[in-house]
Design a protein around this ligand. Structure first.
Ligand code: PLP
Length: 383
């Protein structure tokens, strides 16, 4: 049966347990499996190579992305590590100009040492993407909406450029989740997730995912997953399966709250800029509407100079100052000194990650309570 996304959340992947009839996937907390004879096993040999709890989740995330093959990792960065391990010395990547700080760090301080280089490009500008393509470029790596300025890249248009020039298109879909955006259906080759965020959804576990459609690519990734390790443990796999069951209801509330807060901030007079692709005035609004089922729940804003951003962070009460995003609770972070501190200051400022920039991960609390808290914190931080 062809299930709608809300049903896939509950019944996708491997639903329950065939052996016992348990309606939730059991935690197969085992490292190895009994083999019946030499060379004769029951499909499971060793839990780095494969584990039934992890396999159920891998299939579930693949189903949600409308992809064929899913792989689960111990973190988003472990997933990114595996994807980057597809490349070799001399290869080059074209990368979105505001990406997750840790992605920048692994490119700049780890893979660069292995001769894999990158060029940072504003991928929302298709001419710039085309201009950056050369023989050495093997892949285009984008985040949309990107982190932390929520810049929207047209996935379909970049996928066309990638196809025409024979490059892979990699999309980090963490900010929207497959509930709101399915890049494989728009022509991407590889989708990456930090499952630590909305997929897990409760700020209680770290995980990462890769989803692809191409069998050959999947085989290479499975090989790397087993060869490099960094797989997701059975218990964490269980927690993410549990989280995904409520992804739909959570995302709907997240987006509703974020939309109200973004509009309120925009009209409040407290801020000089609001970045949110759900605002009609946002440069990414039309493309966002076309390629996704919603604008997500990440908002960034620049506090007006009348207010001291350090004091704002000390004054928030309901909203928590913390790294990360995508949990049920609202979090605020300071990209310049936290998530994006790995990016050199001049690069940061050039792309707009100024000191006054505040990033909000809007949770599912009562939205008016959130607005009250933000307002009192802003007023409290007046200089
Ligand atoms: C958090 C995050 C990552 C890294 O994931 P971890 O689970 O923290 O390793 C990658 N990309 C984006 C967009 C993220 O928000």
């Amino acid at each position: 049966m062809n299930l709608a996304k809300d049903s896939i959340l509950i019944h996708g992947g491997i639903d329950g347990d065939e052996t016992t009839g348990a309606v939730s996937v059991p935690v197969y907390q085992t490292s190895t499996y009994k083999q019946d004879a030499l060379g004769k096993h029951r499909g499971w040999e060793y839990s780095r190579t494969g584990n039934p709890t992890r396999a159920a989740l891998e299939k579930l995330v693949a189903d949600l992305e409308q992809g064929k093959y899913g792989l689960a990792f111990a973190s988003g960065l472990a997933a990114i590590n595996i994807v980057l391990s597809l490349f070799k010395s001399g290869d080059r990547l074209v990368v979105s100009d505001n990406i997750y700080g840790g992605t920048f760090r692994i490119l700049d301080n780890v893979f660069k040492n292995f001769g894999i280089t990158y060029e940072i490009v504003d991928t929302s500008d298709l001419e710039k993407v085309k201009a950056a393509i050369s023989e050495d470029v093997k892949a285009i790596y984008i985040e949309t909406p990107a982190n932390p300025l929520l810049t929207v890249t047209d996935i379909k248009a970049v996928a066309e450029i990638a196809k025409q020039t024979g490059k892979l298109l990699i999309v980090d879909n963490t900010f929207l989740t497959p509930y709101l955006q399915r890049p494989l259906t728009l022509g991407a080759d590889i989708v990456i997730h930090s499952g630590t965020k909305y997929l897990g959804g409760h700020s209680d576990t770290i995980s990462g995912f890769v989803v692809v459609n191409d069998k050959e690519l999947a085989d290479r990734l499975y090989y790397l997953q087993n060869a490099i390790g960094g797989v997701l443990a059975p218990w964490d796999s269980f927690l993410v399966i549990r989280g995904i069951k409520t992804l739909g209801v959570r995302m709907e509330r997240h987006v509703k709250n974020a939309d109200k807060i973004a509009h309120w901030l925009n009209e409040s007079g407290y801020v000089s800029k609001v970045y949110y692709p759900g605002l009609e005035t946002d440069p990414g609004y039309e493309i966002q509407k076309k390629q996704a089922d919603g604008p997500g729940a990440m908002i960034s804003f620049v506090l007006d100079k009348k207010y001291d951003y350090r004091k704002f962070f000390e004054s928030i009460r309901l909203v928590t100052l913390a790294e990360s995003l995508g949990g049920v609770e609202s979090l605020a972070c300071h990209p310049a000194s936290m998530t994006h501190a790995a990016i050199p200051k001049e690069v940061r400022e050039r792309v707009g990650i100024v000191d006054e920039l505040i990033r909000l991960s809007v949770g599912i609390e009562d939205v008016d309570d959130l607005i009250k808290d933000l307002e009192q914190a802003i007023l409290n931080s007046e200089v």
